[in-house]
Design a protein around this ligand. Structure first.
Ligand code: NAD
Length: 351
């Protein structure tokens, strides 16, 4: 066995259908009495329901969370938390809402109690991101890691099937890259493989019957595992490319991950054969890259960057940005091959 470092992060997880009813107990456990409930505008009703359930222990709601945490929203939310005298943030939503909670925690050290409603996994990581002047800056700080997470699959029943599929593939992307991460280790690989297996099994069932609570529960379990490995091991070329495409070309987060993933896996295939074998086991596929591509096709996901707003003329610029800064990846990151990868993703070619 190789030598390795395993860096476990503190996490308290309450999991199960109906687990949301434990929220007041979890708040009390944190010693908090003045929660601010955060959401996107679209999930305002969920935030109001949570606020009502907290009764006198909720001081207000803030429903302006949007993708990629713009600095003006972060500062506005921080001001509201300060003015209301909040002693805790309850985030009800996906990565955008959790991200806003993290922006507040970063400067105030208010604890976060996260209630995730997508499969993005941000609730399990100490990674934060704030967008300023058109660029998203990310960092790691354990202060932004939620103190407790309530996973209630009932809350994911309303996640539309297309978004569920894309979000689930976003989670699988975390596990894939954790498997060949320079910071990978046997524990991370165990969780990553199980996370992929759970999601690959559940997502097709959710596409057919979005109200299948058992499949929703399996998908959320898989997403939790994928979130842990995202927080525990550094990511590689795939995440870098998605960061560039989202940040510099404004492509939607989950769909971008889903489209790029099979091509990034194909790029790294020969340089990470052990990881590929585990991904193939988890997917029940003969080839990791084609297995992921075929799963996405079955889920009816968009498979061409052209479909989600990427312009062919921008591919070279994207490849240049992604290959300019050196970062760890199993195969050397070079402009020519990265451009070829992006061309494949742009056209939706089966790898
Ligand atoms: P999101 O949070 O932006 O949600 C997408 C849309 O779905 C929103 O309109 C939201 O209100 C809606 N929605 C969420 N859950 C719903 C539900 N159950 N029912 C109905 N509608 C629902 O999307 P996301 O993919 O979860 O998060 C993306 C953001 O998270 C990106 O900014 C990404 O960079 C960030 N992220 C950060 C980390 C990290 O570790 N810091 C990890 C993953 C993602």
């Amino acid at each position: 066995m190789k030598s390795f470092v395993y860096n476990g992060l503190p996490a308290r997880v309450v999991f199960g259908a109906g687990a949301l009813c434990k929220l007041p107990d979890e708040l009390a456990r944190l010693g908090a009495k003045r929660a601010l409930v955060l959401s996107t505008p679209e999930q305002k009703d969920s935030a109001n329901a949570v606020a009502k359930a907290l009764g006198g222990h909720c001081v207000g709601t803030y429903d302006k969370a949007v993708m990629h945490v713009p600095i003006d929203i972060a500062e506005d939310a921080r001001r509201v938390a300060r003015e209301l005298g909040a002693d805790c943030c309850v985030t009800v939503g996906g990565g955008s809402t959790t991200g806003l909670g993290k922006a507040i925690a970063l400067t105030s050290t208010l604890p976060i109690l996260a209630v995730p409603t997508t499969y993005a996994g941000s609730e399990m990581t100490p990674i934060y991101g704030i967008t300023e002047g058109g660029a998203k800056k990310t960092g790691r700080d354990v202060r932004v890691l939620p103190k407790a997470v309530i996973y209630d699959p009932n809350l994911t029943l309303s996640l539309p099937p297309a978004l569920s599929a894309a979000s689930g593939m976003n989670a699988i992307a975390h596990a894939v890259e954790a498997m060949y991460s320079h910071e990978g280790n046997p524990i991370v690989s165990l969780m990553a493989e199980e996370g992929i297996r759970a999601l690959a099994d559940a997502l097709p069932k959710i596409k057919v019957v979005p109200s299948d609570l058992s499949a929703r529960s399996d998908a959320l379990y898989g997403a939790w595992l994928c979130g842990i490995v995202l927080g525990s091991a550094g990511m590689a070329l795939h995440h870098k490319l998605c960061h560039v495409l989202g940040g510099s070309f404004n492509l939607p987060h989950a769909e971008t991950h889903s489209i790029v993933l099979p091509h990034a896996v194909s790029y790294n295939y020969d340089a990470a054969r052990d990881a590929m074998g585990r991904i193939e086991n988890a997917l029940g596929a003969e080839n990791a890259a084609r297995g992921i591509f075929d799963l996405e096709k079955k889920l009816g996901l968009p498979q061409r960057l052209a479909e989600i707003g990427m312009k062919e003329a921008d591919l070279e610029r994207a490849a240049r940005i992604a290959s300019e800064a050196p970062y760890p990846n199993p195969r050397k990151v070079e402009f020519g091959p990265v451009l070829e990868l992006l061309r494949g993703a742009f056209a939706g070619l089966r790898p």
